[in-house]
Structures are given as C-alpha cells and as structure tokens.
Design a protein around this ligand. Structure first.
Ligand code: CP3
Length: 339
C-alpha cells in the first residue's frame, strides 16, 4: 500500500487530497453478490471461514471502489472466546443463548478466533487498500449478552447496571480483557486500522456513560499494543457526548447522523479526525436528494485534513445497490472536478 487517503485522513494528515469514503456494513445484504453467497452458506459459517471472510471483505472493494476494507465479521464473534453460543436469525437479528454467570469465562482468544487472524492474513495478501479491524465496545457487547439479542430500550441491561454495579463491572472487565486480546491479535495479523463500535451507549445517562462506556473505551485505547494503528470510535445516539469521546483522544470519531458534522468540527480538537455522517435512509432517496446531502457535507468539510465520508450507521439491507455505488463514485470524483 503506497498511499491511502483513508489512513492519511484518520491521522489528520490528508492535506490537499480528496476525502476518502467507505461505508459501515459495506459488505451485506444490499449487494446481490452477498445475497448469492448467503444462499450457499450460513452466516455463522461465513464469519468462521477464512476463505469466505476474505471473499466477502473484498466485495465492496471490487464492486464499489471504497477507500478502505473492513474485516467481514461481527462484534458478537468475541462471544466465541467467552463460551457463549449465538446466531443471527432472519427477521430477529442476533440471538444469544446460555447467559449464566457459570458459562461465562475467557478462553484463549488466539485459539478460539484463529479463523479471524487467518482471514486477515489472506485479505492482506490480496487487497491494496487499508484493512480496518474492529470489535464491539464492552458496554454494547454486554447489552447483547444481557438482553439475549437486540432490544429497543435496553431495560434488562440498565436495570442490572443500577441494581448490581459490582456484577455489571465484573462483566465489563471480562469482556474488556477479551476485547483487548482480540484487537491485539488483529494487529498481529496485519490490520492497518481499528474501529470500536459502541452502538448502544446512547442509552446511557452522563454518569453511567462515564463509568460504563468512556472508562472502558479509555482502557482499551491504552492497552492497544501499537500506537501507530489509528483507532476510530463509533457511537450511536451519542452526539451530545462527542466532546467526552474526543477527550479520549482516539484518532477519529465516527459520528451518527443526528448532528451537523461541520459544527462538530468547530468543537472537536483538530487532532481528532471526524468520520460520517449521512443518514442511512438517505440512500433510499432520488439521486438529486442524495447528492444534495452529500455535497452539503463535502462542502462543509472541504480541505479538512481529518475527514472520512461515511454513513452515520450501517447501510440497510434493502438499500438500492446503485445508490451506494453512485455515492462512492460521486465522492471520489467531486474533488477531481473541483480541482
Ligand atoms: O461493516 C462491515 O461490512 C463489516 C462487518 C460487520 C458486520 N457487523 C457484519 C454483519 C460489522 C462491522 C458489524 C458490526 C455490528 N454487528 C454492530 C455494530 C455496528 C452497528 O451496526 O451498530 C452490531 C450492533 C452488530 C450486531 C448485529 N449483527 C446485528 C444488529 C446484525 C443484523 C441483524 C439483521 O438481521 O440485520 C448482525 C448480523 C450481521 N453482521 C450481518 C452482517 C453483514 C447480517 C448478515 C446477514 O443476515 O446476512
């Protein structure tokens, strides 16, 4: 990899270049080629087979021309190292079994998740854009464990958190240790950057946000073995906590769509890059509408050395593929036509 607008931008060093673009959940069901693979293999097999991890990770590079690859996996794969069985059920999302204190333990991450390291090795041999590795933040992973799946309000999680802070903290400590080992394994295997997804921390009030989200993100950042690997932090529904997240000094903050990224640029320190922040539903609109919103962000962030264009959350499964393709092409060419 000789030059990468993505790596330059997450390091706030993209001076004079075009803004990089990639899409959260860029390999997924909105792609006909992905749906075809899913007809042949179960999702659990795809997540656990190095050849398929490589093949799916490469789809958006080949079909969209995005500036970064993201490892094809899931934040819940860490459960394989915690002795918890899980699956993703059509129409319901993730479903977890067997969450009892007795069944939870930390196995050797290298052993239980070796297929991820092998997948990363294969991708690195055949892809010439940077590869982003990732993990879920402890609070978000804990919420799946406690809820047994997706939840509208995280009621069980929050009730447990308030009733049994010591037990809740012990669970977060366990997940954090697994996550640090897992991220460091990904670095050893060759990823160029990392992103941490705290998708559900937006449910937290300020005190618990500090105690159960920020404190653990801070710990993870300090335990990542290679300070040269840029780390992006993503949270959903946390724009109002963006300055606390920026205080952690991640390389980059990935913003959801409920804030004005240009206004955020004025508040977040200059050495923290910003990624975002189109509404995923925008991609159901007519092209003129899409272009209007994209150009609004591109103009607001023009010449910013630390800006990555992305959505504010993952691309949705029935998004028209052509719109995603056109979005990527537009971002890559908009700068060229200005110059
Ligand atoms: O960005 C990428 O393309 C990389 C792969 C990736 C997946 N999940 C693949 C996946 C990443 C980065 C994730 C992260 C993830 N997984 C998060 C954090 C980001 C976010 O969206 O908030 C969360 C909360 C999960 C948990 C999870 N896994 C959910 C909510 C789902 C979707 C359930 C559904 O039915 O849509 C999954 C399954 C999953 N993970 C799919 C993919 C492509 C769906 C695949 C399928 O059904 O074929």
């Amino acid at each position: 990899m000789t030059e990468s607008p993505y790596l330059d931008a997450v390091r706030c060093q993209n001076r004079g270049g075009r803004p990089p673009v990639w899409i959260m959940r860029q390999a997924g069901r909105y792609m006909p080629q992905y749906r075809k693979l899913r007809e042949e293999h179960s999702l659990m097999k795809m997540f656990r087979t190095p050849e398929l991890i490589e093949e799916v990770t490469k789809l958006p590079i080949d079909l969209l021309g995005v500036d970064a690859a993201i490892l094809f996996s899931d934040i819940l794969i860490i459960l394989d190292a915690l002795g918890v069985k899980w699956d993703v059920v059509q129409g319901r999302g993730p479903v977890l079994e067997g969450m009892t204190d007795a069944s939870l333990h930390l196995d050797d991450v290298h052993d239980k998740l070796s297929f991820v390291a092998e997948g990363i090795g294969r991708i690195k041999e055949s892809v010439d854009v940077p590869l982003i590795g990732f993990a879920g933040a402890p609070f978000t992973v804990a919420s799946y464990l406690i809820e047994g799946g997706s939840s509208r309000d995280l009621k069980r999680t929050k009730v447990w958190m308030y009733r049994d802070p010591a037990g809740f903290t012990a669970l977060l400590d366990l997940i954090t240790n697994a996550t640090v080992n897992y991220l460091n394994m990904q670095i050893d295997a060759g990823v160029d950057a990392l992103q941490i997804f705290d998708s559900w921390s937006g449910h937290l009030a300020a005190g618990p946000f500090e105690a159960y989200s920020l404190a653990y993100l801070r710990q993870i950042l300090s335990r990542i073995k290679d300070p040269n690997i840029p780390v992006t932090i993503y949270g959903k529904g946390v724009s109002f906590y963006a300055l606390y997240l920026a205080d952690l000094q991640p390389s980059c903050l990935s913003l959801d769509w409920q804030c004005d990224i240009t206004q955020m640029r004025g508040m977040v320190p200059e050495n923290v890059a910003l990624q975002g922040n189109l509404d995923p539903y925008l991609l159901y609109g007519e092209w003129e509408t899409i272009r209007g919103e994209v150009d609004r962000i591109l103009e607001g962030m023009a010449d910013d050395p630390g800006f990555v264009l992305n959505l504010g959350h993952g691309v949705l499964p029935d998004t028209p593929f052509e719109n995603v393709k056109r979005l990527v092409a537009h971002v890559k060419q908009a700068h060229a036509s200005q110059a």
